[in-house]
Design a protein around this ligand. Structure first.
Ligand code: PGA
Length: 246
């Protein structure tokens, strides 16, 4: 039985005043599911303070593969851990597109995350053109293999399937399409990691809302969601956490 995850990705949103949303989430963070909130790096330490004692893990949205050094603007996994993070999103499609991140870079970032004791949330997902061309599973399979290092376990790694065309668009795949990709991911993980592959949590991401979360989380091999827009307001995200609570 895999424990569900409700993960929020605040992206480039949030100021100190936004931490009131975290306080407001606490009543629904009752421990039935894992709640992970990934604010911009500027808020990681302050959010970790607010989240203390609650069932909320704070995460980063990216990290560098090196521990320190001359990398202006980058953040090391060790720095996120030092600020109170317990997880980090890696290879989000916005990073892959805006910062030309390759599977190999994501792979190296995952190694860095583990080195610092962070859980790596590795994202994969096809573009609309790739889906239209019928290459979705090839793309997903390639990203999964290339971005996930040997040494991944059900504890140190979570995989998020986020179709690029569903992110921030209000469009979601059908439940059958979500099931197809998640079943495929499960198969690949079991093929590569044996029995442990059964334990990895697989998140769906892309226009998850309070109104569709329960039906998406009920799909086989969907172990929760990675949520962008609807994670910014406690009034929305609490409904999604409750769906993950079951
Ligand atoms: P969205 O974003 O929920 O706003 O579609 C999801 C994501 O990019 O993680």
């Amino acid at each position: 039985m895999r424990r569900k995850i409700a993960a929020g990705n605040w992206k480039m949103n949030g100021l100190k005043a936004s931490l009131a949303e975290v306080e407001a989430l606490k009543p629904v963070c009752t421990g039935e599911c894992d709640v992970i909130l990934c604010p911009p790096a500027t808020l990681v330490a302050a959010m970790a303070e607010v989240a203390k004692g609650a069932n909320i893990t704070v995460g980063g949205q990216d990290c560098h593969w090196n521990e320190s050094g001359a990398h202006t603007g980058d953040i090391a996994a060790e720095m996120l851990a030092d600020a109170g993070a317990g997880a980090v999103i890696l290879g989000h499609s916005e990073r892959r597109a805006d910062h030309c991140e390759t599977d190999m870079m994501v792979h190296n970032k995952a190694l860095a995350a583990w080195r610092a004791g962070l859980q790596a949330i590795i994202c994969v997902g096809e573009t609309e053109a790739e889906r239209d061309a019928g290459t979705t599973l090839d793309i997903i399979g390639g990203q999964l293999a290339g971005s996930t290092p040997d040494g991944a376990t059900a504890e140190n790694t979570v995989i998020a399937y986020e179709p690029v065309w569903a992110i921030g668009t209000g469009r979601t795949p059908t439940l059958e399409e979500i099931a197809e990709v998640h079943d495929f991911l499960r198969g690949r993980l079991v093929e590569r990691f044996g029995l442990d592959g059964e334990g990895f949590r697989l998140l769906y991401g892309g226009s998850v809302k309070p109104g569709n979360a329960a039906e998406i989380f009920a799909v086989s091999n969907v172990d929760g969601g990675l949520v962008g827009g609807a994670s910014l307001k406690a009034s929305d995200f609490s409904g999604i956490i409750q769906a993950a609570n079951g």
